[in-house]
Design a protein around this ligand. Structure first.
Ligand SMILES: *Cc1c(COP(=O)(O)O)cnc(C)c1O
Ligand code: SF4
Length: 344
C-alpha cells in the first residue's frame, strides 16, 4: 500500500523534525505520496530527499509556481505549444509517487484526473492542423497512471489524427512503480507502435533508482523497438557530485538508456532547498564531460524564467579569436586546460 501521510510514513522511517513539521497548505502543496518500490529505498538519503517532504518546502517564498509561463502557451485544454515543432500534452495530474522537486507542482496531484476523450480529441485535432508539429510529449503527471483502457483510447485518438507525429512517452513510473508495466500494457503500446515511432522518456536521478525491476520495465519497451532517453534533475544532496552522476550515466547506458538532459532545478516555489547553484552546476558539467563518453553525457539545461525556454548550459571552450599575419585564428581551451588555435 502506498504511503499518503506522515503517520503512515512514520511507521517506516523515523521522521526528523523538519519532516514532521511539513504541512499541506492547500493549493500550493504537492501531496505526499510514496509508492511501495520507493518506500523500500527510503533508507538511502538520496531517495528520501526526493520523496519525503520537509518544512523547507513551506518556507520557500522565492520561486514561482509557473516560471516557464506554460499557461501562456496553452492551445487547447492540457496542450502546451511552446516550441514550433513540438508540443506537450498533460495526460493527467497523477503520479505513483510525488517528487519534491517537481517542476509541475502547480498541476501534479491536484485531482483534475485523466484527460477526457473530448480533451484528447481536441488536442489531437489541433496537432493534426499544425503540420509543423513533429513531436508530442505525452506527459503529466505520469502517463502510465492511466488505466490500460484509457491509455488505449488516448493512443488510438492520437494515432488516428496524427499518425506521422512522434509520441514521447514521458514517465517516472519505471523508476517508482515498475510493476505497472505488465505484458497487457506492453501489448497496447505495441498495437499502436506504427507510423511515427514512440520514444520512452524516463526520469532516473540516482543510480539506486535503477533497480532490477526498473531495468526490466524499461527493457520491455526497448525490446519492442522503442528507443529510451533519460532526463535527470540536478538535485542538492541527491546527485550534485561528479561520482554519482558518472555512476548514474554508466548504469543508464548499461540498461540501454541514453542520458539526454540533466535539468537545472528551476526556481519553482517549494524547491529552493533542493536547488544547486548554476556555478556549481557548470563545474560539475565540465568535470563529468571529461569522464563520460559522448553517449554517456547528458546536456545540462535550464528552462529560463518568464517563459524564455530551454537553453544548454555548458562551459565555454571557445575563448575568442586573434589575428596573426592577417589571418584570424580561433582560440580554444582543451578539456585539459591547454590552449589551442583553430585555423579560420
Ligand atoms: C521541454 C519541452 C519540450 C521538449 O523539448 P526538447 O528540448 O525537444 O526535449 C516541448 N514542450 C515543452 C513545453 C517543453 O517544456
Ligand atoms: S513524476 Fe514528474 S510530474 Fe510526477 S511528481 Fe515527479 S516530477 Fe512531478
Amino acid at each position: 500500500m502506498a504511503i499518503t501521510n506522515l503517520e503512515e510514513l512514520s511507521g517506516i522511517i523515523e521522521l526528523r523534525d523538519n519532516e514532521r513539521r511539513w504541512k499541506e497548505d492547500g493549493a500550493n502543496t504537492l501531496p505526499l505520496l510514496i509508492s511501495d518500490d520507493i518506500a523500500a529505498l527510503l533508507s538511502k538519503e538520496e531517495i528520501r530527499r526526493q520523496f519525503v517532504p520537509t518544512e523547507e518546502e513551506n518556507n520557500d517564498t522565492v520561486g514561482s509556481l509557473d516560471p516557464q509561463k506554460e499557461g501562456e502557451y496553452k492551445q487547447t485544454d492540457r496542450l502546451i505549444h511552446r516550441y514550433r515543432n513540438r508540443a506537450a500534452f498533460f495526460t493527467t495530474d497523477r503520479c505513483f509517487a510525488y517528487c519534491r522537486h517537481c517542476f509541475r507542482r502547480r498541476l501534479a496531484g491536484h485531482l483534475v484526473g485523466p484527460a477526457t476523450e473530448d480533451e484528447i480529441r481536441k488536442a489531437a485535432e489541433y496537432i493534426a492542423s499544425r503540420s509543423e508539429i513533429r513531436e508530442v510529449l505525452l506527459t503529466g503527471g505520469d502517463l502510465f497512471t492511466l488505466s490500460d483502457s484509457h491509455l488505449d483510447m488516448l493512443l488510438s485518438i492520437f494515432k488516428e489524427n496524427c499518425p506521422d507525429v512522434i509520441l514521447r512517452l514521458c514517465t517516472r513510473a519505471v523508476a517508482v512503480n515498475p510493476g505497472r508495466f505488465t505484458p497487457a500494457l506492453i501489448e497496447i503500446i505495441k498495437k499502436h507502435n506504427h507510423h511515427a515511432p514512440f520514444f520512452l522518456m524516463t526520469q532516473f536521478n540516482h543510480p539506486a533508482e535503477l533497480t532490477e525491476k526498473a531495468i526490466n520495465a524499461v527493457s520491455m519497451f526497448i525490446d519492442n523497438g522503442i528507443p529510451t532517453f533519460n532526463q535527470s534533475v540536478l538535485l542538492k544532496g541527491v546527485n550534485d557530485n561528479e561520482k554519482t552522476l558518472i555512476e548514474l550515466s554508466d548504469r543508464l547506458l548499461m540498461a540501454r538508456i541514453k542520458p539526454y538532459y540533466l535539468f537545472q532545478d528551476d526556481p519553482i516555489k517549494g524547491t529552493a532547498h533542493l536547488r544547486v547553484g548554476i556555478e556549481r552546476g557548470l563545474e560539475i558539467e565540465k568535470n563529468i564531460r571529461t569522464a563520460l563518453s559522448g553517449l554517456g553525457m547528458p546536456q545540462y539545461t535550464a528552462d529560463l524564467p518568464d517563459g524564455g525556454g530551454k537553453v544548454i548550459l555548458t562551459y565555454s571552450y571557445y575563448k575568442g579569436s586573434v589575428i596573426e599575419n592577417g589571418k584570424e585564428r580561433y582560440i580554444f581551451e582543451t578539456p585539459e586546460g591547454e590552449i589551442r588555435y583553430y585555423p579560420e
